[in-house]
Design a protein around this ligand. Structure first.
Ligand code: ZN
Ligand code: ZN
Length: 239
């Protein structure tokens, strides 16, 4: 259901004092702009629209098919006590009550002024409480989100630190192992590459072979480094 067109007609009315003959009347302008105005519906009728063939085609194209016209008449009964809060204007001879400028609220109510005031105040209180509650909720949510993010970041930093430490330890270990390997390789016999060097060849003085490999050298025995004849063998003792 959709309102295609709405037209509102209002009848201006006057507020008169309760005591007879006081003579001051206030003309109420634009009463439908006021909040809190409760009107009594006195007439309501629905006029279904009669549709011709062309209308049906037109409505089919536009997608809107009017069902009819709803006519409603609402009124304030004569003698209703009404409280108005708005802007009072003296226009030549009549005093007018109109909606205040700058978008301030305009009230017309069947309640008396005090209960109207009370209602507005309780409304204000309700909104204040709601605002405070929302403020707290927002703060709480913000706090939790920030804390979670902080923890997440701290965890990530911790993890990264651990990874770094692990990598450093691994590198250190590798270095040590390499150094060790270099050491053993430098001490290994150049012939078999597995035993440690354990004898000095004379007269050249090379330390390059283990005793087993020396014994396995073909006769006449020559130094594997410089091919000089080996006249004497001195065993080497590492202390
Ligand atoms: Zn050897
Ligand atoms: Zn030699």
């Amino acid at each position: 259901k959709k309102i295609i067109h709405q037209r509102t007609n209002t009848t201006p009315f006057d507020l008169v004092p309760q005591e007879e003959g006081a003579g001051v009347t206030v003309r109420v302008m634009k009463p439908l702009d006021a909040t809190e105005l409760s009107l009594e519906t006195v007439y309501e009728k629905f006029h279904p629209s009669v549709q011709s063939f062309t209308d049906v085609i037109g409505h089919y194209i536009s997608g809107e098919r009017p069902k009819g016209i709803q006519e409603t008449e609402q009124m304030l009964k004569v003698g209703t006590a009404l409280t108005g809060v708005g802007e009072l204007v003296l226009d030549s001879t009549t005093i007018k009550l109109q909606p205040p400028k700058q978008g301030m609220p305009y009230y017309l109510s069947t309640m008396d002024f005090n209960s109207l005031l009370q209602k507005q105040e309780s409304n204000v209180r309700f909104w204040k409480i709601l605002t405070v509650l929302f403020g707290f909720a927002t703060c709480a949510v913000l706090f939790f989100v920030l804390r979670k993010q902080y923890r997440h970041q701290r965890e990530r930093r911790h993890l990264k630190q651990m990874q770094d430490e692990f990598r450093q330890a691994q590198e250190r270990l590798m270095r040590e192992r390499n150094a060790e390997g270099g050491e053993t390789l430098r001490n290994a016999c150049v012939v078999c590459l597995s035993n440690t060097k354990s004898c000095v060849f004379l007269e050249c003085g090379h330390i390059c072979s283990c005793t087993g490999c020396y014994q396995a050298l073909p006769e006449p025995k020559t130094c594997p480094m410089c091919r000089q004849a080996i006249s004497r063998l001195v065993p080497l003792y590492n202390s």
